[in-house]
Design a protein around this ligand. Structure first.
Ligand SMILES: *Cc1c(COP(=O)(O)O)cnc(C)c1O
Length: 492
């Protein structure tokens, strides 16, 4: 049976249910499985299988405490008609690559893939562990996690959800999605700072033992919906398995042939899930890690030195405006063969000096990764170029991946069929997409949703229709050092 341990060592050993409830390990490390299970089936024998089936089988091996009936209930509840495409996700062929569209859920970003099931997993885990406290989901967001978590946890019994987003670091649509959120248990705050400040603040609250005791005395227990929670990570492995089987089905690949995965990357959760899929047996040759102008990961992959001491840029792919990629810690752990002392030392370097340099062993493991980045103008150019040539509309994050993939092709000539992970609807970043297609309507930004629709005919996700007329319910703005007070006030 799989047990979850901390990337930073110590003897904490948790069942999957406990790890999901707790979120992060006591010594601030992330929970990692003590072994990565192999797929329980051969991909080529599962051609045509529904997404829900893949989800059930992949997740089962990581979550052994859940009975089949329980897991089935979670999967069926999460992946239903909330998703506006019949197969939950879509695989779309273009000339250079296959786009794996993960944004057909309730909030029009790929975060829905995990956050539509996390509330089911968490409430099930609470029941199984006889957890009687109200769980408080604390979430830092660069824009998309927050809304997906709010939507997932809104009015879920036994939970409160509190979201912090960077005040000037999200798109108008993203902000309005969050500030109009319904649900008696939802709390949303803008913070004066960037995503890294929000994430650091949330981590600080988690590590504040006095506050945990105070909350416990009032009947609350803190947990996380960020991708540090294994209940977020595990559901993300599924779509890589599913995509591979789709490529077998279309004949793009024969059994056993490899694919490449191109992932627009911020906190490193999505691409880490691709790595887990490979460890489970999906043949992925290269992990192409695409960053925006905040290119700390590109430099890391190329040099083995992670250095967050650099300017932070607000870009047109805001969900990737991140300098501290939390989930990289898990990859380092696996590439070091589970050397938790090494990981603890690296993370201490990061805390103290904002940088670290990895061992040769980890560097050798990084050979499967290709790092690239592009700036905001190149992002818009990529959207314009692909739309002009193939009428295919990308959002800015996916466009970063596409642009980096084009560079990868020029650089390497590697013609391995590639899946580009498409992480958001272009309508979420309508201003940028309208700009890229030269149909910018000006105004308050919502006009660009209409302009984009007029130009492309691409369906507007129902979540984004009429957004500008919804009542704003959350107006709190706090400084980054007052986040604890905001949490305290929310838990009345
Ligand atoms: C969160 C997000 C990303 C980055 O994903 P990570 O798992 O944080 O690396 C990319 N694109 C969009 C649209 C996102 O919301």
């Amino acid at each position: 049976m799989i047990i979850y341990k901390s990337t930073r060592g110590g003897d904490e050993a948790k069942k999957s249910t406990e790890a999901i409830i707790q979120g992060i390990a006591k010594n601030k490390g992330l929970f990692v499985p003590d072994g990565i299970p192999l797929l329980s089936f051969k991909p080529e024998q599962k051609i045509g299988m529904p997404y829900q089936y893949a989800a059930f089988h992949v997740m089962k091996s990581f979550l052994p405490e859940f009975t089949e009936e329980e897991l089935e209930r979670c999967v069926v509840g999460a992946y239903d008609s909330k998703f506006e495409t019949p197969d939950v996700v879509s695989v779309v062929k273009t000339e250079k690559a296959y786009f794996l569209e993960l944004y057909h859920g309730r909030t029009a970003a790929f975060k829905d893939m995990a956050l539509s099931i996390l509330p089911y997993l968490l409430t099930m885990a609470m029941k199984k562990e006889k957890e009687s406290k109200r769980i408080v989901i604390l979430t830092a967001t660069s824009g998309d996690t927050g809304k997906a978590a709010l939507e997932g946890f809104s009015d879920v019994l036994g939970t409160e959800i509190i979201v912090f987003y960077p005040k000037d670091g999200v798109s108008l649509v993203q902000e309005r999605q969050m500030t109009t959120q319904n649900g008696k248990n939802t709390h949303v705050f803008a913070i004066e700072g960037n995503f890294d400040d929000a994430q650091a603040g949330v981590k600080r609250i988690f590590n504040d033992e006095a506050f945990a005791a105070e909350a416990a005395a009032r009947g609350y227990r803190l947990s996380s919906a960020n991708s540090i929670n294994i209940g977020r990570l595990v559901p993300q492995i599924v779509y890589y398995v599913y995509a591979y089987i789709k490529l077998l089905e279309t004949g793009a690949l024969s059994a056993g042939e490899p694919m490449n995965a191109v992932v627009p990357t911020g906190n490193f959760g999505n691409i880490l899930a691709a790595y887990y899929a490979k460890r489970m047996g999906i043949p992925i040759r290269k992990f192409i890690c695409a960053s925006n102008r905040n290119n700390v990961l590109t430099d890391f992959i190329n040099t083995g030195v992670y250095d967050a001491n650099r300017a932070f840029y607000v870009t047109n792919s805001p969900s990737m405006d991140i300098l501290i990629s939390g989930n990289l810690e898990r990859l380092l752990y696996h590439l070091s063969d589970g050397d938790s002392a090494e990981i603890a030392a690296l993370m201490a370097d990061l805390d103290n000096n904002g940088r670290y340099s990895v061992s040769d062993r980890i560097r050798r493991g990084l050979a499967d990764f290709y790092g690239g980045f592009c700036n905001p103008q190149e992002t818009l150019d990529a959207i314009g170029r692909l739309y002009a040539s193939e009428n295919y509309l990308m959002d800015t994050h996916t466009a970063v991946a596409y642009s980096v993939y084009e560079e990868y092709l020029r650089d390497t000539g590697d013609r391995t069929p590639a899946v580009i992970v498409s992480t958001a609807s272009a309508y979420k970043f309508a201003d940028s997409a309208a700009d890229a297609l030269c149909v910018d309507a000006g105004g308050d930004g919502f006009a660009n949703i209409a302009a984009l629709h007029e130009k492309t005919g691409v369906n507007i996700p129902s979540a984004l229709k009429n957004l500008e007329n919804k009542e704003i319910r959350h107006r709190g703005v706090v400084s980054a050092d007052k986040m604890t007070d905001a949490v305290r006030d929310s838990l009345k």
